[in-house]
Design a protein around this ligand. Structure first.
Ligand code: FAD
Length: 463
C-alpha cells in the first residue's frame, strides 16, 4: 500500500517521532478488533493530550484523511477496524484517572483508562462504577462510551450511558467542546452527551469523561440453577423479576454453550440440561439471605434440576469462571466467531432462543446462545470458518434472519456491541429509510467531510 509520506511527516512534526508509527509491522498490529474483519491503516498515532488529538483532527480535516479512533480494540462490531489510508488514533496513552471525588460521587478520566482499573480504584474508596463489559480487564472507558457498553450488571444498574455526566470531545475539524459536566442535573440545550455516547467514533473523539459513581454494594452472592428445558429457565427469569427481586446479574448459557465450556474447562458443568442460569444478587449483607432464599425457591418451583449457592468467594469465582470463559471456549469449535447481540423485551427471550435454534438447524450452523437474559440481551455466536465461503454465506443469511426475528419480537439489532461494520447493512431493517436518513443528517452536520470512522454504522466508503 502506498503511504501518504506528506501526512506522516506532518504528524511527526505535530506529535514527535515517538508517537507516530507507520511501518507495516506497526500498522498490522492495529489492523483488527474483536471481529474477523481487518484493514490496515496508513499510520498510527498515540497522542497523550487533548491538544494533540485536536491537532491531528485539524490536519486530517484539512487534508481530508479518514481517522479511526481506537481504544483496546475489543469491539465486536468492527468499529475500530481501520479503513484504507486511514490514520488510527490510539487513545491508550491518555490513561489517567484525573480525579475521584467522593463528595460529588464522580470520577474524571481520560479515555484510555482500562475499565477494570477504574472499577478497582473507586471500589477501594467504597464507590462503584457499575458498567462491566466482560472485556473490562482490557477495554477502555473511551471504547465503552463510544459503544455504550453494557455487561451483566446492566439489568440492575443500567449501561454506560447512565453513568456519563459530562464529556470533552474533539470534533472532526479539531474544535474541542465540553458537554454535560459535574452536576447530576443539566438541561442546558440539547443533550449532546447522549448523542456522543454510542456514536462509535463517528461524531467526535472523546478525550475526557465525567462519570457518575454510586456507593459500592456491601456484599454479593451468586446462585447457579440448572434447567432441563430452556423454557423452564426463561419462565424462571420472569418469575424472579416479577417477585420484586432485581438481581445484579442474570445470565443464561444454553446447552451448546455449556458443552463448549465444559470441554474447555472441565469444571463439571451439567451436560444433561438445556440451560444454566447464573444469578448474582448484591446489596446490604443482611438483605442477601432473603433474596437468595426467594430466588432459590423460585428456581425450584419452576423446575430447576439443581440449585447451587456459592458459599465462599472461591466458589463464587468458580461459578463465574464458566460464564467468563465462553469466548475462549467457543473458538475451540471453529476458528471464526461472529458475535451478535440481538436484544428483545425480556418476556420474549424464550421466543428468540427458539427462533435462533430453528435458524441454526435450518442453515446447518453451530450457534451457541448465552448472554444477559435478565435484560433480554442474548449473544448468539455463530461459529464458522472464514476461509469457507459457502459457510460464511450461510452464516450471513442466518444472521439476517436472527435480526428479523429479534425485530419482529419488538427488539433491536444490538443491545451493546454497536453497529460498526458488521451490522451496517442491516440498520435500515430497524429504522427504515427515514430513520437512517435522519442519522446521516446528524453525521453530516458534525462531520461534513465524512472523515470520522467512515464506513461504520451506515456502510459505504465514506458516510
Ligand atoms: C471477550 C469479550 C467480551 C465482551 N463483553 C462485552 C460485554 O459484556 N458488554 C459489552 O457491551 N461489550 C462487550 N464486549 C465488546 C467490547 O469490549 C466493548 O464494545 C468495549 O466497549 C470496546 O472497548 P475498546 O476500548 O476495546 O474499544 P475499541 O474496540 O477500540 O473501539 C470500539 C469503538 O469505539 C470507538 N472509540 C474508541 N475509543 C474512542 C474514543 N475515545 N472516542 C471516540 N470513539 C472511540 C472506536 O472507533 C470503535 O468504533 C466484549 C468483547 C470481548 C472481546
Amino acid at each position: 500500500m502506498k503511504k501518504n509520506e506528506k501526512i506522516i511527516k506532518q504528524l511527526i512534526k505535530l506529535l514527535g517521532q515517538e508517537k507516530v508509527y507507520s511501518s507495516l509491522e506497526d500498522c498490522l498490529c492495529y489492523s483488527y478488533d474483536g471481529t474477523f474483519r481487518t484493514g490496515v491503516p496508513s499510520v498510527v498515532v498515540r497522542p497523550s493530550s487533548t491538544q494533540e488529538v485536536a491537532s491531528v483532527m485539524k490536519l486530517a480535516s484539512q487534508e481530508n484523511i479518514p481517522v479511526v479512533p481506537r481504544g483496546a480494540g475489543t469491539g465486536l462490531s468492527g468499529g475500530a477496524v481501520p479503513v484504507e489510508g486511514s490514520v488510527v488514533i490510539d487513545l491508550t496513552s491518555m490513561n489517567r484517572i484525573l480525579k475521584v471525588d467522593p463528595a460529588n460521587m464522580l470520577a474524571v478520566v481520560e479515555p484510555g483508562v482500562v475499565t477494570a482499573h477504574l472499577h478497582k480504584t473507586v471500589e477501594e474508596m467504597g464507590l462503584f462504577y457499575p458498567p462491566d463489559p466482560s472485556s473490562a480487564n482490557v477495554s477502555t472507558i473511551g471504547g465503552n462510551i463510544a459503544e455504550c457498553a453494557g455487561g451483566p450488571r446492566g439489568l440492575k444498574y443500567g449501561v454506560t450511558r447512565d453513568y456519563v455526566l459530562g464529556l470533552e470531545v474533539v470534533l472532526a475539524g479539531g474544535e474541542v467542546i465540553n458537554c454535560g459536566g459535574e452536576t447530576i442535573k443539566n438541561v442546558s440545550g440539547y443533550d449532546l452527551c447522549r448523542l456522543f455516547v454510542g456514536s462509535e467514533g463517528t461524531l467526535g473523539i472523546v478525550t475526557r469523561a465525567v462519570l457518575r459513581l454510586i456507593p459500592k454494594p456491601e456484599a454479593r452472592r451468586t446462585i447457579r440453577a440448572d434447567f432441563k428445558t430452556i423454557e423452564e429457565a426463561a419462565e424462571t427469569i420472569t418469575a424472579i423479576l416479577s417477585a420484586g427481586v432485581i438481581p445484579a446479574a442474570l445470565e443464561i448459557m444454553d446447552d451448546v454453550t455449556i458443552r463448549c465450556v465444559e470441554n474447555y474447562l472441565r469444571v463439571g458443568l451439567p451436560l444433561d440440561v438445556e440451560a444454566i442460569l447464573l444469578i448474582e444478587v448484591d446489596g446490604p449483607a443482611l438483605s442477601l439471605p432473603e433474596q437468595v432464599k426467594t430466588i432459590a425457591a423460585l428456581c425450584q418451583q419452576y423446575g430447576a434440576a439443581r440449585v447451587r449457592v456459592a458459599e465462599t468467594k472461591e466458589e463464587e469465582t468458580e461459578l463465574w469462571r464458566a460464564r467468563k470463559s465462553v469466548s475462549p471456549a467457543v473458538v475451540q469449535v471453529k476458528p471464526t466467531k461472529i458475535s451478535e447481540d440481538a436484544t428483545v423485551p425480556r418476556k420474549n427471550v424464550p421466543a428468540l432462543i427458539k427462533a435462533i435454534k430453528e435458524i441454526a438447524r435450518r442453515y446447518n450452523l453451530d450457534i451457541v446462545i448465552f448472554g444477559h437474559a435478565g435484560d433480554g440481551n442474548l449473544h448468539p455466536n455463530i461459529l464458522v470458518d472464514k476461509s469457507n465461503p459457502e459457510e460464511m454465506e450461510r452464516a450471513e443469511r442466518a444472521i439476517a434472519e436472527i435480526f428479523q426475528a429479534a425485530l419482529s419480537l419488538g427488539g433491536t439489532l444490538s443491545g451493546e456491541h454497536g453497529i460498526g461494520l458488521l451490522k451496517a447493512p442491516f440498520l435500515e431493517m430497524e429504522y427504515g429509510q427515514s430513520g437512517v436518513a435522519l442519522m446521516r443528517r446528524i453525521k453530516e452536520a458534525l462531520d461534513p467531510r465524512g472523515i470520522l470512522n467512515p464506513g461504520k454504522i451506515f456502510g459505504g466508503a465514506r458516510n
